[in-house]
Design a protein around this ligand. Structure first.
Ligand code: GLA
Length: 376
């Protein structure tokens, strides 16, 4: 299976946690369709942890919890497929999942076949309860081979939270995306810390195996399973712009059945999505800001010759942030400058030379599409 752009979809964990059910997943699938999110590209519907009974059955199989999923997983997969969506599930490389349900350790090939028989198109594979002497690269490789042995195209989403220098080996296990950080919750400081932690990881991102800074918190407003303080709409815009600049997978985590208009607008912004889904998959690099660490500036090459530039004000004060064009190699001696367009407001800046500054309120950002243009 070849995956050329960052996967997009919805995952049950952020909102529902352990309280997941067939009914809720179907409602979420319906909402993805009626809201237009499916047509914007969010096609994977993924059930996270807590879908099974606590013990395997006498034949050693994991059993879907009949109270939560009365018609079984194949039924749900068929429903999701009938909506033009793809179906994802979850297991773990250890003996148990993070929430204490059966993991796939030493059952990899039979579990992978069971997922394929359900009609699964995506497997998230966690890392809790790994026997201490078992080795992460081997365990992820084992499930990678088990999924391939089924003959079904299953997107393999590894989740070891950025431990064991995972970026140095994960691509060779067959994973298509891998968690390059610990868990994100609905909290502004945590979102900032995770975003900054991903800047040095840019060299590991690329087609077929994407860095994954975790599921989106856009639109959660402190509700659900990971409401750890909550954010406002400007902060969600910063988060979404950052994930797009990083070419991150976009897995929605909010309750899509009751999504706010503002969150929907952010998540379906075509210009931001085209930056995330840019086929070149060149994760942004950081440009030094004249205003210090709370003023992040990112710069990204896009396919076809354009660039994306984003400026973020993480500080508590309004600020005109600026950067020198020579820091991206466009000093005035080159005879070139930048023409920029703010992709949200449409505001245009022609032939910026030497430096570029932009005024930002606290906890806001501006994302630009830019061209390198001759100054004369
Ligand atoms: C880990 C993962 C989360 C989620 C939970 C489920 O913490 O990182 O994304 O899957 O387990 O228990």
């Amino acid at each position: 299976m070849i995956v050329t752009t960052p996967p997009m979809g919805w995952n049950s964990w952020n909102t529902f946690g352990e309280s997941i059910s067939e009914e809720l997943v179907m409602e979420a699938a319906d909402a993805l369709v009626s809201s237009g999110l499916r047509d914007a590209g969010y096609t994977y519907v993924v059930i996270d942890d807590c879908w099974s009974l606590r013990e395997r059955n006498a034949e050693g199989k994991i059993v879907a919890d009949p109270a939560k999923f009365p018609h079984g997983m194949k039924y749900l997969a068929d429903y999701i497929h009938s909506k033009g969506l793809k179906f994802g599930m979850y297991s773990c490389a250890g003996t148990q999942t993070c929430a204490g349900y059966p993991g796939s350790f030493n059952h990899e090939f039979t579990d992978a076949q069971m997922f394929a028989d359900f009609g699964v198109d995506f497997l998230k594979y966690d890392f809790c309860y790994k026997p201490k002497l078992a080795n992460g690269p081997m365990l992820y490789n084992k499930m990678g081979m088990a999924l391939r042995a089924t003959g079904r195209d299953i997107l393999y989403s590894a989740c070891n939270w950025g431990s064991d220098d995972v970026w140095t080996w994960i691509r060779s296990t067959g994973a298509h995306m891998y968690r390059s950080t610990g868990d994100l919750g609905d909290n502004f400081q945590l979102m900032k810390d995770i975003a900054y932690s991903q800047i040095p990881k840019q060299g590991f991102n690329g087609p077929n195996c994407f860095n994954d800074p975790d599921m989106l918190i856009v639109g959660m407003y402190n509700k659900g399973n990971v409401g750890w303080g909550g954010c406002n709409d400007n902060e969600y815009m910063m988060h979404f712009s950052l994930w797009c600049m990083m070419s991150a997978p976009l897995m929605i985590g909010c309750d899509v059945r009751n999504i706010s208009e503002e969150a929907l607008k952010t998540l379906t912004n075509k210009s931001l999505l085209s930056i995330d889904q840019d086929p070149a998959v060149r994760q942004a690099i950081r440009v030094p800001s004249e205003k210090g660490d709370d003023h992040l500036i990112l710069f990204k090459h896009l396919e076809g010759g354009d660039y994306a530039i984003a400026m973020y004000n993480f500080s508590e004060s309004p600020c005109k942030n600026n950067f020198f064009l020579h820091d991206i190699g466009l000093g005035t001696e080159t005879g070139y400058g930048l023409t920029l367009e703010n992709i949200i407001t449409g505001e245009k800046f022609e032939k910026a030379a030497d430096d570029f500054g932009y005024y930002l309120e606290p906890h806001t950002c501006a994302t630009f599409r830019a061209k390198v243009v001759p100054l004369k």
